[in-house]
Design a protein. Structure first.
Length: 365
């Protein structure tokens, strides 16, 4: 643990240089986004690991599928365990054309034990407007297994969910939102007043005209210059390659479940003294069996509880003083001197924030 803190201190003590970032990495054109697709289908060819008879809708779906194929059969006569009802999802990227292949995710809806070795039957995938945009079909890859008998079982990963790589074909294209546009809007991934202002200034400087205006910290409005009218793609290519130095807020993120600590370089600490100690309480139960003497006619065998309690208080390295304006590198080095672990550091950062000495936001996940 001490090595982890020391490594973090070394990294944060290195000279900080804010590198410029391309506009395309910190913002996106309004309307150019992914779209979610969803569909209901069947996975067949399972080795007895499909839905049981208690799950009714896979049998109904199979019956309807057979009827469309010209096979008439009563639903009560269908008792198969090699198929499973699944929910199929995919992401339709912007500007995807007919015939583009998409990866799909297949997830069991019933009580199937595994989808390994199954094949997804042709499934239409619909968007939020109810229109079919793609059709999925193919072999399901789970990268998992689940086997067992009456007394033992073995499982790796999650066998009731899998993928069909390039298993969907785009059948319907999305409309081109960039055609015949005279204005565009850039949406920042992380809204910030300073970043939006710098982005607009960089674009205006590139095109020698005031074509970019930011009305709020989350977006920048662009007027396409006359020489790019009718050629929005060329304008977007010239604009999104510009480099801007984004600004970030001072923030410390703590994840108590995993023990992860992430600190921004802009975080500062006011003058504060820190002392930290650990209290370890160990409780051990060692029951003993008390029984009467051999051949004795009186007494009975009983279990006598025995509890051992051990309390250890670790001594810290005394008070550590963090001076005004100390950055995160200084904080970590000072706390490492008094021997704190990452989980100890979480409690210390929360206490510093409560004392009003942490100049930044503290987020706990």
């Amino acid at each position: 643990m001490k090595k982890v803190i020391l490594a973090l201190a070394i990294l944060l003590a290195l000279p900080y240089t804010a590198d410029a970032t391309r506009i395309k990495d910190i913002a996106s054109i309004d309307g150019v986004r992914d779209n979610q697709l969803v569909g209901y289908g069947l996975v067949v060819g399972l080795n007895g690991s499909g839905d049981s008879d208690q799950t009714k809708f896979p049998v109904q779906t199979l019956s309807n599928l057979l009827e469309r194929s010209g096979v008439t059969i009563r639903r009560t006569d269908i008792t198969v365990k090699n198929l499973a009802a699944v929910m199929v999802t995919a992401t339709l990227p912007p500007f995807a054309k007919q015939g583009t292949k998409l990866d799909v995710l297949v997830s069991s809806m019933g009580d199937a034990k595994s989808l390994a070795g199954g094949t997804l039957v042709m499934t239409p995938l619909k968007g939020g407007d109810g229109q079919v945009y793609a059709v999925a079909q193919g072999a399901v890859s789970t990268s998992a297994f689940s086997y067992g008998g009456q007394a033992a079982s073995a499982q790796k990963n999650h066998p009731t969910a899998g993928r069909v790589p390039e298993g969907a074909l785009v059948e319907r294209e999305l409309p081109n939102i960039l055609s015949d546009r005279s204005r565009l809007r850039l949406n920042l991934h992380n809204p910030d007043f300073t970043t939006a202002s710098r982005l607009a200034a960089a674009i205006n400087s590139k095109f020698n005209s005031t074509i970019a205006v930011c009305n709020d910290p989350g977006s920048v409005l662009l007027s396409i210059p006359e020489r790019y009218q009718g050629n929005t793609v060329e304008f977007a290519a010239a604009m999104e390659g510009l480099e801007v130095q984004p600004d970030t807020a001072a923030k410390v993120v703590l994840n108590e479940r995993t023990g992860t600590i992430v600190m921004g370089n802009a975080v500062r600490i006011s003058t504060v003294a820190v002392a930290h100690g650990n209290l370890t309480l160990t409780i051990k139960e060692t029951p003993m069996v008390s029984q009467p003497a051999p051949f004795s006619r009186v007494g009975e065998t009983v279990v006598v509880p025995r509890t051992d309690i051990k309390v250890v208080e670790q001594k810290g390295g005394g008070l550590s003083v963090l001076k005004e304006g100390a950055n995160i590198g200084d904080v970590v080095r000072a706390l490492n001197a008094i021997g704190v672990t990452p989980r100890d550091l979480m409690g210390i950062m929360q206490a510093i924030k409560a004392a009003g000495a942490l100049q930044g936001e503290l987020a706990i996940l």
